[in-house]
Design a protein around this ligand. Structure first.
Ligand SMILES: O=C(O)[C@H]1O[C@H](OP(=O)(O)OP(=O)(O)OC[C@H]2O[C@@H](n3ccc(=O)[nH]c3=O)[C@H](O)[C@@H]2O)[C@H](O)[C@@H](O)[C@@H]1O
Length: 471
């Protein structure tokens, strides 16, 4: 799938344009894996831990001189794409999170089980490609992870709009593992079937291609309404569509919640605070948003979505929850998403300069995906109806964050400054007192642990691409 990144809005900026053009030459994450090339690349059968470099060793299924040539090309390519980099500085084992979720809502689960869904062992690949015949096979019958056996009165039918996206797919994993029935609606604008392919065919799972801008009828108990592009280049690509998605999509899903008496959770955003004049941001702060700027389609769209949510609560007694999500990262982000975490990681892995927009003194707080999913499930299942910030209060300047990525991945890469983007919020950090008090929630993952997994995910995707080049 190609993602519509409008380069010009974000740049006359060389680095970003270079990033996009380099990425556009890469096959999207759905690149199939060649069996021959799998054998050509060392470390592929290692457990989904952290491996440092892709180093081809042997190639089977071809003549010796072809093997040598293929291996040499693969080495060249891997060195070009993955420069030699320092080993990731592992946090002390005792600091690493190994169990996520919360017993209070029975969402607790081992991180290892989840990792199998986004960092699977390579020999569990569902697909193989035969380049000679140009065919794709799915030879293995899917084997699903075990899900909890819930009595029917506890098993809920849960709708997740945007469930094939980055955040949505991790939420789907957790709800499925908890034993619920999950229906995903997605128009695949930024989401991807691949993010949920491991559930396709499971009797508890349904995937429906549908745009929330159009009404949708179904009987459900809970609705997690996530559908909306979230990265600035994506939501600014078609601002009218972004506003329609937030406004009409939310009206349609609230109408559904009203008819079916389903509990409704809106994923709002820290962007409702705009370029904040209060720091850190509490939920009581009304925000500072430019209503006609380039970010307005998203910021104002989400503000109206919140207004609609509370209007349906007051007027029609819909049972609502609102999460204001702060910057979140992790596996299954699009590598050409345009957001700072994926940009910096991909740039560092390729040995390109890290692109800082403006002076780099603007701040963000980065939350790992599993912490967010914990918070969303708690919020849905607790009895608290006011908006709740979900974010990690550890705050970094973008320049500091660039240094962290350099330290983690490749200290040789340079940092380059590019012009600032319009209306870029200058300081952002959540006040999470409300989440702590009413949900018993606080983030657990360090940025370092999250970055390690995310880097590994991007490397695995890149390795598949290498396989298809070298096979
Ligand atoms: O990541 C998220 O979860 C959030 O991403 C965006 O908000 P923003 O904070 O602007 O996210 P980024 O595009 O990742 O930018 C963060 C900061 O890094 C800077 N940046 C970004 C990309 C880059 O290559 N270089 C760079 O310096 C941006 O100018 C900005 O100051 C969305 O608007 C939010 O809705 C969303 O919740």
């Amino acid at each position: 799938m190609e993602y519509p990144v409008r380069v010009t809005d974000y740049t006359t900026q060389r680095g970003h344009a270079a990033t996009v053009s380099a990425i556009s030459t890469l096959t999207a994450a759905s690149t199939p894996t060649s069996t021959a090339a799998v054998e050509a690349t060392s470390g592929l059968n290692a457990p989904a831990g952290i491996t440092d470099e892709v180093t081809p060793s042997t190639v089977s299924g071809s003549r010796p001189e072809e093997k040598d040539e293929t291996a040499r090309r693969a080495t060249d390519i891997s060195r070009r794409i993955w420069p030699v980099h320092s080993t990731l500085e592992a946090a002390a084992e005792s600091e690493l999170v190994s169990v996520v979720g919360d017993k209070a809502v029975r969402s607790d689960i081992s991180l290892r089980v989840l990792q199998q869904l986004y960092l699977p062992d390579q020999d569990k690949s569902y697909r193989t490609i035969n380049h000679e015949n140009n065919t794709l096979s799915f030879p293995l019958a899917p084997s699903f992870p075990a899900v909890k056996a819930l009595p029917s009165h506890e098993r809920k039918r849960i709708l997740v709009t945007g469930g094939a996206g980055f955040v949505g797919s991790h939420l789907v994993d957790r709800l499925m593992l908890m034993g619920h029935e999950v229906i995903v609606l997605d128009n695949f604008f930024t989401g991807s079937k691949r993010n949920v392919q491991h559930w396709m065919g499971h009797p508890h799972f349904e995937l429906i291609r549908h745009d929330v801008v159009d009404p949708f009828m179904i009987e459900v108990d809970q609705i997690y309404h996530l559908a909306c592009p979230a990265s600035p280049p994506h939501y600014q690509y078609n601002p009218i569509k972004t506003v329609k998605t937030s406004v009409m999509g939310t009206i349609n899903m609230l109408g559904l919640a009203k008819r079916t008496k389903a509990r409704f959770l809106l994923t709002s955003t820290s962007e409702v605070y705009g370029d904040p004049e209060e720091h850190p941001q509490k939920e009581t702060y009304w925000g500072h948003v430019n209503p006609i700027g380039p970010r307005a389609c998203y910021d104002e769209g989400k503000r109206v979505a919140e207004t609609l949510t509370y209007s349906y609560m007051h007027q029609d007694e819909v049972d609502v929850r609102v999460a204001r999500i702060f910057n979140t990262f992790g596996p299954r982000m699009n590598e050409n998403d345009g957001r700072v975490v994926s940009n910096f990681i991909m740039q560092a892995l390729r040995g390109d300069e890290l692109t800082i927009y403006g002076d780099g003194q603007q701040t963000r707080s980065f939350q790992y995906i599993h912490d967010l999913v914990d918070g969303l499930i708690l919020l849905m299942n607790k009895n608290y109806k006011e908006p709740v910030n979900l974010g990690n209060p550890e705050e970094y300047t973008i320049r500091e964050f660039a240094e962290i990525i350099r330290g983690e991945i490749n200290s040789d890469v340079e940092i380059m400054s590019l012009p600032p983007t319009e209306d870029d919020p200058q300081r952002r950090r959540p006040d999470i007192t409300r989440a702590q008090r009413h949900l018993g929630w606080a983030p657990k993952f360090s940025v370092h642990q999250g970055i390690r997994e995310t880097v590994q995910y991007f490397k695995n995707n890149k390795r598949e691409e290498l396989d298809s080049i070298t096979s």
